[in-house]
Design a protein around this ligand. Structure first.
Ligand code: AVJ
Length: 322
């Protein structure tokens, strides 16, 4: 996600930001498109299907850790605290913490997509009537204001599940952690879900499922560009590539051009060599130590870590000094 290093221009609407990012990314060498653009309606549905694939372990592992260790994790949440979830999407994981921490005063889901956010907020109000639900529409990569009631709470606890942190470059992950620290303030706690470094076979299989759902998810980016930006991508001219890059501890996803071809997007023409790829995603894998070191660099002290029985995934907690 390149957006961290750049100021968001308040007058540029979402559609033109997408166009700018795609045209800029296809003009670069090597070609790239930010992974956040996977999640249009169809892309979000495809991602939901990915989470149910036998090869895709992260979601199941994370839910298992949250369920198995909910009461331990909840010990890090002080009475009267506000839980701030960064990029909430579906609240499935937060609900486990909310149920385990009955003394929480407020839940603040933060997401750029207001539709999903407000709908989920309404459902949560029904299920947790004693809890203040205070949704915030914001891009989590940039500073944003917490609602007054969350600022007034005796403590704030950040929650960033799903290994979304793995989509950031390490320097962007550090910038995110720094931003989270300034938003949550002194004495804060942060609970992060991070996928762990593991065998190459397990990693590669998780991003190359036999049913081809991940391939469809990757190619859906081209469908979205065709629809929203007047693109002329032919879906049978590109192929899903995903592999683990051992040196950089990351899964890379690419869309590889099967032949030499030209594609138009938003009035511009882009040329592809045979085999040339668009880099569409990095999914960084951490160890408890490597994420801890990154967090320490920006002032967070490791305060706990939990994993599933196979050590595939981790929930890691950090504390900010008073
Ligand atoms: C949502 C970023 C955690 O990196 O595993 C799944 C996205 N990409 N399959 C991940 C994804 C391909 C996912 N994250």
């Amino acid at each position: 996600m390149v957006a961290v290093a750049r100021k968001r221009m308040p007058n540029t609407d979402e559609a033109s930001v997408f166009e700018i990012d795609v045209v800029e990314g296809l003009s670069a060498t090597p070609k790239r498109i930010p992974a956040k653009y996977f999640y249009d309606g169809a892309g979000s549905q495809l991602f939901e299907r990915i989470t149910e694939l036998p090869e895709y372990y992260p979601t199941r592992c994370e839910l298992r850790i949250l369920r198995d260790h909910a009461s331990d994790i909840a010990k890090l949440i002080p009475a009267g605290a506000a839980l701030v979830e960064f990029g909430s999407g579906s609240n499935r994981k937060a609900r486990i913490l909310l149920a385990a921490a009955p003394k929480l005063a407020a839940y603040v889901p933060v997401d750029i997509c207001d539709e999903m956010l407000l709908q989920e907020a309404a459902e949560l109000r029904g299920d947790f009537p004693q809890l203040k639900i205070l949704p915030v529409v914001a891009d989590i990569c940039f500073p944003f204001e917490l609602p007054a009631e969350a600022k007034a709470a005796p403590a704030r606890v950040g929650f960033f599940p799903g290994s979304t942190i793995g989509n950031f470059e390490p320097h962007e992950a550090a910038a995110f952690l720094r931003n989270a620290a300034s938003i949550l303030g002194a004495g804060a706690t942060l609970i992060v879900g991070a996928d762990l470094i593991k065998s190459v076979e397990v990693l590669n299989a998780a991003y190359n499922d036999a049913a081809g759902v991940t391939a469809k998810f990757n190619l859906n980016l081209l469908v979205r560009i065709n629809r929203e930006l007047g693109g002329t991508f032919k879906l049978d001219g590109f192929e899903h590539h995903a592999f683990y890059n051992r040196e950089r501890h990351r899964i890379e996803m690419h869309l590889a051009s099967l032949k030499r071809q030209k594609v138009k997007v938003a009035g511009d023409t882009f040329e592809f060599r045979a085999g040339e790829t668009i880099h569409t995603e990095n999914s960084y894998k951490y160890s408890i130590e490597s994420l801890g070191a990154l967090a320490r660099c920006v002032g967070w002290q490791p305060a706990g870590a939990w994993t599933d029985p196979r050590d595939y995934f981790s929930i890691q907690a950090f504390r900010l000094g008073e």
